[in-house]
Every structure is written in structure tokens, then in C-alpha cells.
Ligand binder design. Structure first.
Ligand code: AMP
Ligand code: ZN
Length: 470
């Protein structure tokens, strides 16, 4: 089986063998959240895909420098450079300052990542901490002749770049023909804002001086400026959700090509959507769920991680509660199996080697463009393979665990307080069973259940007591 890493590159629309640009470290830039509201589980699917990418690179022995930005200014409600700044809108909605909500939702986002065991980026960077870099970038673009000014800001002239829109295979002529009135003073429909002026007579909460006037940066320039600062002119992989292809990533490429002559990243990877009721989960339609909602309903955040692993990142995933139930059940089965094996390990099991055939298959699927669903099937094959000793199965799962992030080998059953009367009834039932008094044993089981517990008989004449809800 060929097992070298291959990744699907949106730019070339092809599966390409991955080769790092520099032997030491793979550089990744991932577009982070716009922190005007909580992340929904659709957004989190994209961050789980990116975490999977990082883990697969680490699985292949690479060190990863993972940079993620926080968009805390400049992202407007419309991709056409009109509408409100999402941060200022969020401030109005909550009655708090734009600075305060940026901080609050950034912390909430980081909590979601940690609940999902998404590894922290090597470096976080905020748009508002890099205004000077963005202004320098725009000054260079201006000197190179890519910039023009209108009454409301500075725009990038996309007609200067014959290759503009290549990532998205944009139909530029079609767009030009279908020009709309909202284009305002923009010369071409695809031109985009680099710097917007604060509206006349209005003081924004977030605004800065610039050589062109007081205002704020456009959304795309932050990523070009910060990616260049922290990863250089050309780095290995840029990723994000598929909605970034036609506008945001297209414009990041345009800016960086204009300034540096490179297309920013060697590989472009995009995660497909989480859907709910057949359409994209989205804040603007209001059809969205937060991780906290799942937790409030009693789900383990890692059940959501498991659910996302069951679909390839380049296919849509439909969220249903039934699917989440199934994921939670599957995860729990895995954990309990691993826990049983671990407790029964013989003392010499420390040296047990993982099953090499399973590892080869697992690696093959990870390296086949992050095929986690098939990699999970390999994992289940190990769990069900009675020909492998529990010690080998345990060693294999422990070995593959870092690629999945499901915390299988560290899980322990929650400690449950069993009331004394319930424990006494369970003992009495055990005695009745030993004496083959089946009717009495069944009666005691029902009595225990009315007290909110269930008894599960385990091989070897012992039993477990669990709350009925679990
Ligand atoms: P935002 O905070 O809106 O900038 O989005 C953060 C990330 O989530 C971006 O990479 C988006 O492409 C991604 N995203 C938005 N909606 C979804 C969805 N329904 N499913 C998967 N990813 C999404
Ligand atoms: Zn970006």
C-alpha cells in the first residue's frame, strides 16, 4: 500500500503528494473566528478538520507551526464591502463595547477548542494588534499601483491581475456583465476594500489613523499581513471553510501575489459544511447550535469530535441528534473496551507492540487526504479482532490515539455515589442469583430500578451499578 501523505489542493483541484517547503517545520495558516458572537458547531467542524490535518502531519513526523488569527475588526456583514462591521453590530446587540465582546467571544472560542481537544495553535494573532503591518502592506500595494481611492475607502484594483480569481475559477467576465448597483464607486465587482474610512461625523469604537484618513482595515488584508509576518512569503498550507474560496482566500492571494509575487501557500485546503435541515449551518439564518447546547443536552464534546471524524472533510455532514447519539454510543463503547483491557493487562504487557498490519492500514487512510472515516473503521477492526490479545489491542489503540484526539486510553468511568440501600439491595440480588432464586432476583432488580439505578451483570459473578439515565 503506498502510504506517503497526499492532500487535496483546492488551487490545482487535485490530490498532490505533500512535500514540506522546509525540512524542519510545516507552516499552516488557518483563518480564525470573527469574534462578534459564539462559534457554532459548523464553525467548529472546520477547526476540527484543521486539527486533524495538524495531527496527521505530526503523525508523519513533521513539526507544525500553526498560526491562527482572530478577526476582531473589519469583517463586514456583506462580502461586497458594504454593510456593518460585524464587531460593531455585535456591540450594539449586546450593549457592550466592541473591545469587550471581542475578548469575551475569543475566550468562549478557546474554551470550545479545549473542550474538543483541538490543540492550541503555535501562535494566535489578532487583527487589531497588527494595524501597522496592514497599513505597511497597503502602502506597498499603493506604490505598486494596485490601489485606488473612493469616497468610502481604498480598494484593490483586481483588473491589474490577469490571474485574479484562479483559486475559485471565477467567471470574471460574467461578474463584470452582471454588475450591480451596490457596487458603489468600485471600478469592478471583484475589487475589494483594503481600508475603509470611518463614516463622516461618526466615531467608531474601533478606528485608527492612517496615511489616507481615520478608519479601519478591510477583512482580507489582516490575513495576508499576519501570514507573511509569521510564516513568510510562501508557506506550506493555508486552510479554512469552503465559503472562503471565492472571496476571502481569493483576495488574500491577490494581495500577496501583488506584494510578494507568491500565491501565499503551496497547498490550499478547504473543509466542507456542516448542514442542518439540508442547508448550511449559519449565524445569519439563525439555524445553528453551539457546543454548549450539546453539553447542556448531556453530550460529551468528544462525541461531536467523533461524529466529525465519521465524515470526510471534503463532504458535507448533516447534523442530526440521532447521529450524535450514535457517535456518543460508539465513543462510549470504545472507551469501555479500552478501559477493560487496560485493567486486565498482565504486568509484562508494557513491552507489547501494536499490531503492525493495523498501523499500516491506519496510516494509509490518514495519508489518503485525511480519510478519518476509513481510519476509524481500522480502529473498530482492532477492537473487534478477537485474534489479537487485549494487550496488543490496547497497545495499538494507545499508539493511534494521538492522531484522533478522542482520549480513549485515559478515560475512566465517572465515580458514582451509590446510596447504601441500593448497594444492599444489589448484594441481596447477587445472593439470590447465586442461590438460583430467579424470581427474587428479578424482584430486587425492579426495586433497584425504582430507586434510579440499574444492575449490569459482569462475567465472573460480579456486577456494576449505574444510574438509569447513563
Ligand atoms: P467565521 O467566524 O464566520 O469567520 O467562520 C469561521 C470558520 O467557520 C470559517 O473557516 C468558515 O469557513 C467556517 N464555517 C462557517 N460556517 C460553516 C459551516 N456551516 N460548516 C463548516 N464550516 C463553517
Ligand atoms: Zn483569512
Amino acid at each position: 500500500m503506498p502510504s506517503s501523505l497526499h492532500l487535496y489542493d483546492t488551487f490545482t483541484r487535485s490530490l498532490r503528494p505533500f512535500k514540506a517547503l522546509n525540512e524542519k517545520e510545516v507552516g499552516i495558516y488557518a483563518c480564525g473566528p470573527t469574534v462578534y458572537d459564539f462559534a457554532h458547531i459548523g464553525n467548529l467542524r472546520t477547526y476540527l478538520f484543521e486539527d486533524g490535518l495538524r495531527r496527521v502531519l505530526e503523525w508523519n513526523g513533521y513539526t507544525v507551526r500553526f498560526v491562527m488569527n482572530i478577526t476582531d475588526v473589519g469583517h463586514l456583514t456583506s462580502d461586497g464591502d458594504t454593510g456593518e462591521d460585524k464587531m460593531e453590530k455585535g456591540a450594539k446587540r449586546t450593549g457592550k463595547s466592541a473591545w469587550d465582546i471581542a475578548e469575551e467571544y475569543t475566550q468562549a472560542f478557546k474554551k470550545d477548542l479545549s473542550d474538543l481537544r483541538i490543540e492550541d495553535p503555535t501562535l494566535w494573532c489578532k487583527a487589531t494588534d497588527h494595524i501597522a503591518e496592514q497599513i505597511e502592506f497597503i502602502k506597498d500595494l499603493e506604490e505598486l499601483g494596485y490601489v485606488y481611492q473612493t469616497a468610502d475607502g481604498l480598494y484593490f484594483d483586481t483588473s491589474r491581475q490577469p490571474q485574479y480569481g484562479e483559486l475559485a475559477r471565477l467567471d470574471k467576465e460574467g461578474l463584470e456583465a452582471g454588475k450591480r448597483v451596490e457596487q458603489g464607486e468600485k471600478r469592478h465587482p471583484t475589487d475589494f476594500a483594503l481600508w475603509k474610512f470611518s463614516p463622516n461625523g461618526e466615531k467608531r469604537q474601533m478606528e485608527w489613523n492612517s496615511p489616507w484618513g481615520v478608519g479601519f482595515p478591510g477583512w482580507h488584508i489582516e490575513c495576508s499581513a499576519m501570514a507573511q509576518k509569521y510564516l513568510g512569503n510562501l508557506f506550506d498550507i493555508h486552510c479554512g471553510g469552503e465559503d472562503h474560496i471565492p472571496v476571502h482566500h481569493t483576495n488574500e492571494i491577490a494581495q500577496t501575489e501583488a506584494r510578494c509575487g507568491t500565491r501565499l501557500a503551496n497547498f490550499w485546503l478547504h473543509g466542507h459544511f456542516l448542514q442542518i435541515n439540508q442547508s448550511k449551518m449559519s449565524k445569519s439564518t439563525g439555524a445553528f447550535l453551539r457546543l454548549q447546547t450539546l453539553k447542556d443536552e448531556g453530550y460529551d464534546p468528544l462525541a461531536y469530535r467523533y461524529l466529525c471524524l465519521t465524515a470526510h472533510y471534503r463532504s458535507n455532514l448533516s447534523f442530526t441528534w440521532e447521529a450524535l447519539d450514535a457517535a456518543q454510543t460508539a465513543l462510549q463503547r470504545l472507551r469501555e473496551s479500552v478501559y477493560r483491557w487496560r485493567n486486565a493487562l498482565p504486568s509484562d504487557a508494557i513491552d507489547t507492540q501494536p499490531d503492525s498490519a493495523s498501523l499500516t492500514a491506519f496510516t494509509h487512510y490518514l495519508n489518503d487526504d485525511l480519510n478519518f472515516p476509513q481510519a476509524l473503521a481500522v480502529l473498530w477492526g482492532v477492537v473487534r479482532n478477537e485474534d489479537l490479545s487485549p494487550a496488543i489491542r490496547y497497545a495499538t489503540l494507545k499508539h493511534i490515539e494521538p492522531a484522533l484526539g478522542l482520549e480513549l486510553t485515559t478515560w475512566t468511568p465517572p465515580v458514582i455515589d451509590i446510596p447504601e440501600n441500593v448497594a444492599a439491595l444489589a448484594q441481596a440480588r447477587q445472593a439470590a442469583r447465586a442461590a438460583k432464586q430467579w424470581a427474587e432476583s428479578d424482584r430486587l432488580r425492579s426495586e433497584i430500578e425504582t430507586l434510579g439505578f440499574k444492575v449490569e451483570d459482569v462475567a465472573g459473578g460480579t456486577f456494576n451499578l449505574k444510574p438509569v439515565a447513563s
